[in-house]
Design a protein around this ligand. Structure first.
Ligand SMILES: Cc1cc2nc3c(=O)[nH]c(=O)nc-3n(C[C@H](O)[C@H](O)[C@H](O)COP(=O)(O)O)c2cc1C
Ligand code: SF4
Length: 386
């Protein structure tokens, strides 16, 4: 079987939910650009990815307070141009939302809230937890007005929501604390349940994704399957597993039985292309250079790429392990990967070198770009002039 044939399933149209039909199963996962989603540059960036043929484009992580009163995205009209641009290119569009405070948002993009600078479970008051839950309701209303298709709380990579699920990071002493699995799942479940409830009220309901790391501080993929069951029962449509989740995707597909009258829980994985030592080394170098200064952030950054014990698998296996497949850096390097691959033009693909330069730019606080993609664009422009 050729490489293209091994991917053929991924290029078929797919009904992810009753509200979401995709032209194929390739997803651009959230990737911080530090461009500000509310800018012309970001519009151009996401339009290019959609034009390249992905079925769904999920915007980079944005802080929840930006969608609330006082936030720059509060009016759904603001993101309408971006969703229209992605839709015109034939893709669907989603937004990933960070429950607390994210350093990647531009200064002044929101005013303070009860939780806007909270970054660990123990810092949260109960009122803060409730404010996040109702904040997600509001974000769903805004995104529905903005014409979005998908909303995704960021519950992975050691960040805030992930810490609630971790029995090591979560040191609370109330019903959201680590004393039982039920407690550790509570915050995520309440967010998803609130989103499902709000969805029933809006004119244009969204499909509900949740990003989760299949293994983390003090928990295993089997624990995560239990969490996926719980989120699905609360109304979740798709569990987005990151990092390097292709090897464990099947556990989730087989471990969460479909509920009567519901589409089965959809599973999205990353890591369908081969494992990259170079990316890992680049992150290690970033740590050595002092670019990843804060321990927690450094841990999260390493968590972006790999879960321990996972050895990357190829497209064919990943398709059996998942319903949709996310290609992150490969789409940064060549957004036209889906179109070229589907047409058997894989020789024209600019292959991601897994050099980690894009990630290092994040840690340097600079706008994210791929030097290989930039060089290819320069070559193309040069060829046009001859
Ligand atoms: C530059 C860059 C920025 C990223 N930003 C985010 C983010 O905002 N939210 C998130 O959940 N993951 C983020 N990730 C992780 C990706 O979504 C993806 O899970 C990871 O890159 C592994 O997929 P890949 O091997 O196909 O690149 C980022 C990755 C990169 C390379
Ligand atoms: S900078 Fe480009 S080539 Fe290097 S890892 Fe990122 S996307 Fe891949």
């Amino acid at each position: 079987m050729t490489e293209v044939q091994s991917w053929h399933l991924a290029f078929q149209p797919f009904e992810l939910s009753t509200r979401l039909s995709l032209r194929n199963r390739i997803v651009c996962p959230p990737m911080v650009t530090q461009m500000n989603v509310n800018s012309e540059k970001a519009l151009t960036h996401y339009r290019a990815i959609a034009n390249g043929g992905a079925g769904l484009v999920i915007l980079e992580c944005v802080s929840l307070p930006r969608f609330l009163e006082g936030g720059d995205l509060h009016d759904g009209v603001v993101l309408r141009r971006l969703s229209d641009a992605v839709h015109s290119a034939g893709a669907k569009v989603g937004a990933q939302i960070f429950a607390g405070f994210s350093r990647f948002d531009p200064p002044g993009s929101y005013t303070g809230t009860q939780f806007s600078h909270v970054n660990s479970p123990s810092e949260f008051t109960r009122d803060g937890i409730q404010a996040v839950i109702s904040g997600f309701r509001e974000a769903l209303r805004v995104l529905s007005q903005a014409g979005f298709d998908v909303i995704e709380p960021h519950g992975a990579h050691g960040f805030l929501l992930n810490q609630f699920f971790s029995p090591v990071d979560n040191t609370r002493v109330d019903e959201y604390g680590p004393q039982s699995t039920e407690n550790r799942m509570r915050f995520g479940r309440e967010i998803v349940a609130a989103l499902a409830e709000e969805n029933a009220k809006v004119g244009r309901p969204l499909t509900l994704f949740y990003r989760h790391s299949p293994e983390g501080h003090g928990y295993s993929p089997a624990d995560s399957v239990q969490f996926a069951q719980c989120l699905y029962a609360a109304g979740l449509d798709c569990i987005d597993l990151s990092p390097d989740s292709a090897p464990v995707g099947r556990l989730f597909r087989e471990g969460v039985p479909a509920l009567p009258g519901r589409t089965p829980l959809r599973v999205m994985v990353v890591g369908a292309l081969e494992r990259d030592r170079a990316g890992e080394e680049a992150l290690a170098q970033g740590a050595a250079d002092g670019l990843l200064k804060e321990t927690r952030f450094g841990w999260a950054a390493n968590g972006l790429l790999h879960c321990k014990g996972c050895d990357g698998v190829r497209g064919e296996e990943a398709q059996g392990a998942a319903d949709v497949i996310a290609l992150g850096r490969q789409l940064l390097c060549d957004p036209s990967w889906p179109t070229k691959m589907a047409a058997g033009r894989q020789d024209e693909i600019e292959q991601c070198a897994k050099c980690g330069a894009c990630l290092q730019l994040i840690f340097k606080g600079r706008e994210v770009m791929c030097p290989k993609a930039a060089a290819a664009a320069r070559r193309q422009a040069g060829a046009g002039q001859l």
